[in-house]
Write a protein that binds this ligand. Structure first.
Ligand SMILES: [Zn+2]
Length: 183
């Protein structure tokens, strides 16, 4: 991590994965829920507590639906076990490491944006059309653009694909914009 201030720049060795959780509003009703009792201004002020520059560094924004009583009281095995998910993640990380090892990186998160935006890693224009449109409309920052690209590569690695296509880019945009709900 590099901290730049007027009197100098210092580099701190750090590698973190930041996970944040928050209620959608002060009354803590589910997002878009009809039972929310907050005035719109109160809701806005609450959500503004997380600053834009901070949120711009969050790659995945996922809304969690509340559990129903039925879900809480019936115990069913999850469709995918933690061990299966761990194996898939290990496979995806290995694929990323193989791809980037010649350049000295191991993870998609370590690859600089410009590298992903130029040959040979640049994706065909047809596959990034939605992404470029989001940038042009001001829905995404330049930093967000690169972060969506990295996320699309990770989704592609998790699916065992060679490179992300339009579907993976689109999924990454949805995760980035907070339009995704946990299944
Ligand atoms: Zn509320």
């Amino acid at each position: 991590m590099v901290i730049a201030r007027s009197r100098g720049t210092t580099e701190f060795p750090a590698q973190v994965q930041l996970v944040l959780a928050a209620n959608p509003c002060p009354c803590a009703s589910p997002a878009g829920d009809q039972h929310c009792t907050c005035a719109p201004a109160v809701r806005r002020r609450y959500q503004a507590k997380l600053s834009g520059p901070l949120l711009d560094r969050i790659d995945i924004r996922l809304a969690l639906a509340p559990l129903s009583a039925a879900q809480l009281t019936t115990s069913t095995e999850p469709a995918t076990s933690s061990a299966q998910i761990a194996a898939r993640v290990a496979q995806a990380r290995a694929a990323a490491a193989r791809r980037w090892s010649a350049d000295g990186w191991r993870l998609n998160a370590e690859v600089p944006g410009p590298v992903l935006r130029r040959a040979p890693w640049r994706l065909p224009p047809g596959d990034t059309a939605d992404l470029r449109e989001s940038l042009d409309k001001g829905l995404l920052s330049a930093r967000g653009f690169d972060r969506v690209l990295r996320l699309a590569w990770t989704i592609s690695d998790l699916d065992g694909r060679d490179r992300p296509g339009r579907a993976e880019v689109s999924e990454a945009i949805q995760l980035r914009m907070g339009e995704s709900h946990a299944r």
